[in-house]
Write a protein that binds this ligand. Structure first.
Ligand code: F6P
Length: 319
């Protein structure tokens, strides 16, 4: 291979820039040119490309967001969109691709390989940590630290007033963020889509806290009951409890990546380039038990990554 491309896609995640930097530097060290695709799959279809060298990737390791921008492309969901993208890639002499994103990105990457046979290696870039085949995704560690810092502040005011706070954290279909953040902030109740949420139990926890005491409830946005507003409404209607609601939202996606995210992003960047050179394709490069591991792209979304039992038990004992 003489030239590869890298792009970021789906929801941005802190560490994506460190990842781009690692892909570029590792490829350059092997005499391979790198093209950056700007704007995810939309940019691929438009042929919105830029050359990435050492200069373009200097001083980006500590930056949140993604210098290559990102998108969720409807056009790429169609075969015609993917064919148009492949034409642009071939015309630019691109022989392999590193695709950093979540399950939507990997659906697209898998289809591109399937139909167009352009080698592609995925890397897990999402704050949700919901991809099978890696212990952690790029951006997750920063997101849980950001959420923890925010909830520590909420706890101060909740404690002073003895209030019930329902705090909603991200995680479209998975409760990893909620579970880790619930434990790290000493929350009184954690609701995640992976376990059945018992509202009577929540009510009992609030009662047990007593009138003067705060109650912090962490709700993963994908919980089967609903988001924080739904929880607050149910508490009001069914249990006559007034709760304050905070939805942390996109603050969890921003900010300078933590050390763990920078190191993971860098390691997986190097691993993805090596994988392309070894002829691997249609796989995600992840890290399992500190070892680099490759998983077929399709398995990353068809197999469900469970929340580890120890964490569920820990939350049970400590909340
Ligand atoms: O997948 C990452 C994520 O931040 C989810 O946690 C969240 O549900 C979703 O993206 C939000 O997407 P958008 O920024 O497009 O609203």
């Amino acid at each position: 291979m003489k030239k590869i491309a890298v792009f970021t896609s789906g929801g941005d995640a802190p560490g994506m820039n460190a990842h781009i930097r690692a892909v570029v530097r590792s490829a350059l060290s092997k005499g391979i040119e790198v093209t950056g695709i700007i704007g995810g799959y939309s940019g691929m279809i438009e042929g919105n490309f830029m050359n990435l060298g050492r200069k373009e990737t200097a001083n980006i390791i500590a930056l949140g967001g993604t210098i290559l921008k990102t998108s969720r492309s409807k056009e790429f969901l169609q075969k015609g969109g993917r064919a148009a993208a492949a034409d642009k890639l071939r015309a630019a002499g691109i022989e392999g691709i590193v695709a950093c994103g979540g399950d939507g990105t990997f659906h697209g990457a898998h289809a591109l390989w399937d139909e167009q046979k352009i080698p592609i290696v995925g890397t897990p870039g999402t704050i949700d940590n919901d991809l099978y085949g890696t212990d952690f995704t790029i951006g997750y560690d920063t997101a849980i630290n950001t959420a923890t810092q925010a909830i520590d502040k909420i706890r101060d005011t909740a404690d002073s007033h003895g209030r019930v706070f329902i705090v909603e954290v991200m995680g479209r279909h998975a409760g990893f963020i909620a579970m880790d953040v619930g434990v790290s902030t000493g929350a009184e109740f954690i609701a995640v889509p992976e376990t059945v949420t018992n509202l009577d139990e929540l009510y009992q926890r609030i009662l047990a806290q007593g009138k003067q005491q705060r109650t912090i409830v962490i709700v993963g946005e994908g919980d089967e009951v609903g988001g924080a507003n739904t929880f607050a409404q149910i508490l009001k209607d069914q249990y006559e409890i007034n709760a304050k609601v905070t939805i942390l939202g996109h603050i969890q996606r921003g900010g300078s990546p933590t050390v763990r995210d920078r190191v993971l992003a860098s390691r997986l960047g190097v691993a993805a380039v090596d994988a392309l050179l070894e002829g691997k394709t249609d796989v995600m490069a992840g890290e399992i038990n500190s070892e680099i591991s490759f998983t077929e792209l399709e398995k990353t979304w068809t197999k469900k990554k469970p929340i580890q039992d120890y964490l569920i038990n820990l939350a049970d004992v400590l909340t």
